[in-house]
Design a protein. Structure first.
Length: 361
């Protein structure tokens, strides 16, 4: 009888240990899925981060809009439709845990059919303490990542084709180890019968990082495919005809609206996602001095499962557009400032805060 009780006790202890092991494995598996979703689980996953106050506020649904300098990070074909006036913009995001994302971009059309853009996008991923083999603090290290890109686009009346070449750097300050790499972006943008715009872009084509270690390790950067549709409804656009002073023919003059509503929807697919993420965005300008924006993912991959409203992308923001030229007649530029709050899954608060400045000369 005593032997039988000992056997039952051992079986019970073994069962409890197995249950604990099963629970531990479930927790580890969930956390690994969480880390893949939040960090990407692949090389240079920060490149898939949206940048620029406007695109961030619209949840990233910007592929078919792509008409400010930050377009180069969504669809390089957008610079083909820029004006000859140079535009410079900067963006800074607070990502939480001492992490920041800072971007400086420039774009303009240099001929009737050719637009160019340049951008420097950098992420500071925070600092940590290096320790020796005994665990004693040795020195502080900081992690920086850079994306330096040149972009060009050729536009026709209703279409634009663009491309971009990116040089990438990933390093830790204080140690000689670093990685460098290159990647190619291509994109197209079409005006469909003046009804809506369509954008398509493929990012990080052939992207590879090479580490300067003894093994010369390499990492492939996953590609991203973006496709989107954008509609604009103008509230005060003007169209009138005038006669040419050279040949006497009538010409149609179109003045774009300063008050409008934009609706956009994007499908974004990263190479290792189970399904594309669909994002809806909007921008409304009811007065020339202020605009409001918003965007949210309505379907996509979250923690390894496709679902409705996954809450992986969302943003909202405000754009202030003071008419400085009326106060300062000699000022050489027009400007506006954007403030955005968006989703940052790796932040303790779950939020990012962004301020962007745009200067049109």
């Amino acid at each position: 009888m005593e032997k039988k009780e000992n056997i039952l006790c051992n079986i019970s202890q073994f069962s409890r240990k197995n249950w604990l092991l099963v629970i531990l494995l479930i927790v580890i598996n969930y956390l690994s899925l969480y880390s893949v979703q939040t960090s990407g689980g692949y090389s240079q996953s920060w490149l898939s981060r949206n940048v620029g106050g406007r695109g961030l506020a619209m949840g990233g649904a910007f592929t078919a809009i792509a008409n400010d300098p930050f377009a180069i990070y969504y669809n390089p074909a957008g610079v083909g439709f820029f004006s000859p006036t140079p535009v410079i913009a900067s963006s800074a995001s607070n990502l939480g845990f001492d992490r920041t994302n800072v971007t400086l971009v420039y774009a303009q059309q240099i001929t009737d059919n050719v637009g160019i853009g340049f951008g420097v996008n950098s992420q500071y991923a925070g600092s940590f303490t290096q320790r020796d083999i005994r665990g004693n603090p040795y020195k502080q290290l900081s992690s920086y990542q850079y994306n330096i890109g040149a972009y060009g686009a050729y536009s026709m009346e209703f279409a634009s084709i663009g491309f971009g070449l990116k040089y990438l750097i990933d390093n830790l300050t204080g140690v000689p180890t670093e990685a460098t790499g290159v990647a190619l972006d291509v994109g197209a943008k079409f005006n469909i019968f003046d009804l809506f715009s369509f954008g398509l872009a493929v990012q990080n084509i052939g992207g590879t990082m090479l580490w300067n270690t003894q093994q010369h390790s390499t990492e492939n950067i996953p590609y991203t495919i973006r496709a989107g549709i954008g509609l604009e409804f103008g509230f005060n656009e003007q169209i009138y005809t005038m006669r040419s002073t050279t040949d006497g023919e009538e010409e149609i003059v179109y003045i774009p609206p300063t008050r409008y509503l934009i609706l956009s929807i994007d499908a974004v697919y990263n190479q290792y996602d189970l399904t594309p993420t669909f994002i809806v965005g909007t921008e409304m300008v009811l007065h020339e001095l202020i605009g409001i924006r918003g965007g949210i993912s309505i379907y996509g991959d979250k923690y390894g499962k496709p679902q409705l409203f996954p809450n992986t992308y969302w943003g909202t923001g405000i754009s202030l557009r003071p008419k400085l030229e009326e106060l300062f007649p000699n000022i050489p530029f027009k400007s506006h400032i954007d403030y955005t709050v968006g989703k940052e899954i790796n932040a303790e608060s779950g939020l990012l805060h962004n301020i962007s400045l745009v200067f049109e000369f």
